[in-house]
Design a protein around this ligand. Structure first.
Ligand code: TRP
Length: 458
């Protein structure tokens, strides 16, 4: 690959490599930590069903759109949007969408790294043989971590350094090699854990909880939560997929690749859910425990399992790998911009950006304890960053991307880059022109509370 040539962008060594890294970006804390707790507290199977439909109807088409823009523009999200807009004779202001993405990605990374730091902490705990007697002990353990800013900062620093280290080595040398080792390992560990869930856990109950058809439980709130989560779990709207797509060669089929990514990502989420819920039910734990579901309930389950210590170690390793590959994709877009636009050397760009994200993350660590009293609109720093990115920036830039491909890019441009025809193209194009913008607008309006004000959603 031509990393030495200045202006020629390097490409992934194979289509399979691209699929692996994109799966690596999509599958993360969102699938393994957030998906089970959201499903657990949002009506179980109702949430799962709507989530799956959303992934198929909005997520998949947007995934294809982002890869396409990245490959067409052959650059970081800002210059890719700019180039594609200018090529079609459109306003260059569309580069702004790329900006919202790369800045949003860094904001997400600052707290994503702190949450991943919790996983690092629990990995250490599992390695040193943590045993929890009951649910109360598990809750206290988690509370103790939140009350210990230094420990959180240490783990956050460790995780971020791992992430920056990979990005600093460059796309081919760092990201691809890391994903090649990590993704198959992730699937293997997950498969093992799910088999274990089948042996030691209550798999029928987990299956029923996740897949029993309960149409009456599908409320507007569940639908909107599921749309939002489909977005987050596929890494959409923040330029991450665009940045990866820019390294994709012209021969690979975007539709086929996206299908693989959405399928594999969903499979990981479903497997993780089955494993987690079967253990949760077998040990009499509460599926609606909220964000603490994994960090409170699972160590408890592991404590009462023969050989549970090593299962704990395996499990936290799995989550850590998944979070790592996602974090890499959150850092890459801005680093790509710095190297391409500002001509910074990659290690300088990566470590410099890492330092800024690290600082913000330190604030996030403090927002759980010393600074918990400092709030804006009633939200502490952690909640504020999450709110700004998930509820505002992600839907907004996803909406813009759908409009960009559906209405701004010329049809000729889209046809040429997608190499898709017939019914699949028509369906995809229609979704991007009408369904996706409308769906996202609904989520966005809900996030801002407009619909609630109107009294549509109580
Ligand atoms: N999709 C990842 C997860 O589920 C998180 C993530 C990585 C992400 N890159 C992203 C979310 C870009 C939004 C945008 O954990």
């Amino acid at each position: 690959m031509s990393q030495t040539a200045n202006f020629q962008r390097s490409t992934w060594s194979s289509r399979w490599a691209f699929i692996l890294v994109t799966i690596g970006s999509a599958v993360g804390l969102g699938n393994i930590w957030k998906f089970p707790y959201m499903a657990g507290s949002q009506g179980g199977s109702a949430f799962v069903l709507v989530y799956l439909v959303c992934v198929l109807l909005i997520g998949l088409p947007l995934l294809m759109a982002e890869i396409m823009i990245g490959r067409r523009g052959r650059g970081n999200p800002v210059s890719a949007m700019l180039k594609v807009a200018e090529e079609g004779g459109r306003c260059s202001g569309w580069g702004l969408v790329g900006w919202v993405g790369i800045v949003g990605a860094l904001l997400i990374l600052s707290f994503y790294s702190v949450v991943a730091g919790w996983i690092v902490d629990y990995l250490f705990k599992a390695l040193s043989g943590l045993r929890l007697e009951n649910a109360e002990a598990a809750a206290n353990r988690f509370k103790a971590l939140l009350a210990d800013p230094l420990q959180m900062m240490l783990c956050h620093t460790l995780f971020l350094a791992l992430t920056v280290g990979v990005v600093a080595r460059g796309v081919i040398a760092g990201i691809e090699v890391a994903n090649r080792i990590m993704m198959p390992g992730l699937f293997l560990i997950l498969a093992l854990l799910t088999v274990w869930g089948g042996i030691a856990g209550d798999m029928p109950a987990a299956w029923d909880f996740m897949f029993a058809f309960k149409p009456e439980a599908i409320t507007p709130a569940v639908i909107l939560a599921a749309v939002g989560h489909a977005f987050f779990s596929l890494s959409l709207g923040m330029g991450a997929i665009m940045a990866y797509g820019s390294y994709l060669d012209r021969q690979s089929s975007i539709a086929g690749t996206s299908l693989w990514v959405a399928l594999a990502g969903t499979l990981v989420g479903v497997l993780a859910g089955l494993a987690i819920f079967s253990l949760t039910f077998a040990y009499g734990l509460e599926p609606a425990a909220g964000p603490g579901l994994i960090l409170q309930a699972l160590p408890l389950a592991f404590s009462h399992m023969p050989g549970g210590q090593w299962f704990g170690v395996f499990f936290f390793l799995l989550v850590l790998f998944a979070a790592w590959t996602s974090a890499i994709s959150l850092l890459e877009p801005f680093v790509a911009w710095l190297t391409e636009r500002m001509r910074l050397r990659r290690p300088v760009a990566a470590w410099g950006t890492g330092l800024a994200v690290w600082w913000l993350g330190i604030g996030v660590c403090l927002s759980f304890n010393r600074w918990s009293g400092h709030t804006l609109f009633g939200l502490n720093l952690f909640e504020l960053l999450d709110f700004m990115t998930s509820r505002i920036m992600m839907p907004l830039s996803g909406l813009a991307i759908a409009i960009f491909v559906g209405w701004i890019m010329t049809r000729a441009q889209v046809l040429d880059e997608m190499q898709l025809s017939g019914l699949p193209f028509k369906a995809w194009y229609l979704v991007l022109r009408y369904l996706a913008p409308l769906g996202i607008l609904l989520v966005f309006a809900h996030a801002l509370g407009w619909l609630a004000w109107l009294g549509w959603l109580a």
